[in-house]
Design a protein around this ligand. Structure first.
Ligand code: ADP
Length: 497
């Protein structure tokens, strides 16, 4: 078989047709409803106890901290009330020994100390005033500052949220392992260490980064209605949206403000359709899953997000290299009657290593519209040590990469379309003259050329959305979700005190 024919057959396996998109949307809607009814379903549909999204007029000074993986970030955000904000920021690497400390107290004491340093550096006057005021009190240890900073705490580990500022750690991930923290309320752990230092800070909200994206976009985007969905397409993928309280059938344990009739739901859509009822499944998807640390889990994410797309492509490339019937990244010379075929890829190339192909090369491939594919060929040479790649080889690489990227974008459209349909906003008279706003964040949607265009292409063919409906959906980038978003959740929480 020629390389061209083989490439065509591979590309066809990644095709995700209009019919597939529509089937996907129906299944997504079904799994959303199931997740709103009970725990332990494919889409977790986690209630966040956030019951309103901002409209850009919010004002005040708030703090936000983010404990993600390698770094701890502290910031303060001044919301100006006109969709703009000012941000002060500091970042520190978390010492490795604290990630596996004997007690949670050691880690959280370090975090509290970083918060103190930040306050002294960026809000010195306010901090000094607080210290002086406290010392004039008859019982300084019991002193609670009315003007304490309200702080949003973005904590990117699995937690069971039981209130707007309450959540117990389910398990550590990403190299952390402090057994005595498991099952404890992480907000209370942080507050206890903040109180030991007598800092004027109240942990007001426990924040999921996707919810932060939704809030940040809602504050900064123009229009009289807030944003209805925040979505991340980066290393992983997830979405949080505004749901009607009446549709949340499973019990809500914590306290919340019922007056808005709504609550933000964290879908955890990375695990949509782990059963593979409707998700596409090529031999390469299967191989990726089997070799992953969590087979059978996060099956939607494994077809959509930045961490995995490059790996799918790498597995296809390796199969093509092994195929004796096609010439792909090979040098072929005839010497007398013998054909000598040698690969043009260095043995040390990352192409031979699991996770060795970064998704960003797919952006290079998609963006290179030169007839010679010179940028892509250069990237293949510099990042993957493929020597002097032939034009046909680069073209095959690009066609396969594009097919994987296009399938990911159309799968992204499935989640977005389902949530738009679930909201009923296309038929809501209040939205007839206003766009339905969606905030997105992450390298894939920001840097992969035409990713958003391909999402729109998917939305247009969904029954119930169509050309007209798609025009009314506005997808815009949300920046600084974990900073300004967390501050906004702290603001909502402060209103509930
Ligand atoms: P995170 O989600 O961890 O906050 P990012 O949004 O930057 O971080 O996403 C990182 C992921 O995006 C990585 O998996 C990386 O491979 C992928 N990525 C980085 N740059 C690009 C790009 N230009 N095009 C496509 N994917 C990219």
């Amino acid at each position: 078989m020629s390389l061209e024919a083989e490439t065509k057959s591979i590309v066809a396996q990644f095709e995700y047709t209009d019919e597939d998109v529509n089937k996907g949307v129906l299944e997504f809607l079904r799994q959303m409803a199931e997740g709103l009814e009970k725990d332990g379903t494919s889409l977790s549909q986690i209630p966040t106890y956030v019951t309103a999204v901002p409209n850009g007029t919010e004002k005040g000074l708030y703090m936000a901290v983010d404990l993600g993986g390698t770094n701890f970030r502290v910031c303060s955000i001044k919301l100006n009330g006109n969709t703009t904000f000012n941000l002060a920021y500091s970042k520190v690497a978390i010492p490795k020994e604290l990630m596996v400390a004997k007690t949670a107290q050691e880690l959280f004491a370090f975090l509290a100390l970083e918060i103190q340093k930040f306050l002294q550096k960026h809000h010195g006057d306010q901090f000094e005033q607080h210290v002086r005021r406290r010392l004039t009190m008859s019982s300084p240890d019991g002193y609670r500052d009315e003007n304490a900073f309200r702080m949003g705490f973005t904590f990117s580990f699995p937690v069971k949220q039981i209130g707007i500022n309450k959540g117990t750690l389910i398990r550590w991930t990403k190299g952390f392992d402090i057994p005595d923290a498991v099952g404890k309320d992480v907000c209370a752990l942080l507050q206890a260490e903040i109180d030991k230092l007598h800092l004027p800070v109240k942990v007001a909200a426990l924040v999921n980064d996707t919810v932060g994206t939704l809030m940040a976009r809602s504050y900064t985007s123009p229009g009289k209605h807030g944003t209805m969905l925040g979505a991340i397409f980066g290393t992983g993928t997830n979405g949080a949206y505004v749901e009607k309280l009446s549709k949340i059938k499973k019990p809500l344990e914590g306290e919340y403000d019922q007056s808005t009739g709504e609550m933000v739901i964290n879908t955890e859509w990375g695990s949509f359709d782990n059963q593979l009822n409707v998700l596409p499944n090529t031999p390469w998807d299967d191989a990726l899953d089997k070799a992953s640390p969590n087979p059978g889990i996060q099956m939607y994410e494994k077809r959509v997000s930045g961490m995995f797309l490059g790996e799918i492509l790498r597995l296809v490339v390796i199969d093509l290299l092994k195929n004796p019937n096609v010439s792909f990244f090979k040098d072929e010379n005839s010497s007398s009657n013998d054909w000598v075929s040698t690969t043009t890829i260095a043995e040390t190339s990352d192409l031979y290593k699991q996770w060795g192909l970064d998704t960003s090369i797919m952006s290079v491939a998609a963006a290179d519209n030169t007839p010679e594919l010179s940028t892509l060929r250069q990237a293949l040479e510099s990042t993957l040590h493929v020597y002097a790649p032939a034009h046909d080889d680069a073209q095959a690489f690009k066609a396969i990469a594009n097919a994987i990227g296009r399938r990911a974008a159309r799968l992204s459209a499935v989640a977005i379309a389902a949530i738009v349909l679930q909201s009923g906003k296309l038929d809501d008279p209040a939205f007839q003259d206003e766009p339905i706003d969606i905030g997105v964040d992450g390298s894939l949607v920001e840097h992969y050329p035409y990713f958003r265009d391909m999402i729109y292409e998917g939305l247009r063919i969904v029954d119930g959305i169509g050309e007209e409906g798609a025009k009314r959906i506005r997808i815009g980038i949300a920046k600084d979700g974990s900073g300004v978003g967390a501050a906004l959740i702290a603001l909502v929480a402060a209103g509930m005190e």
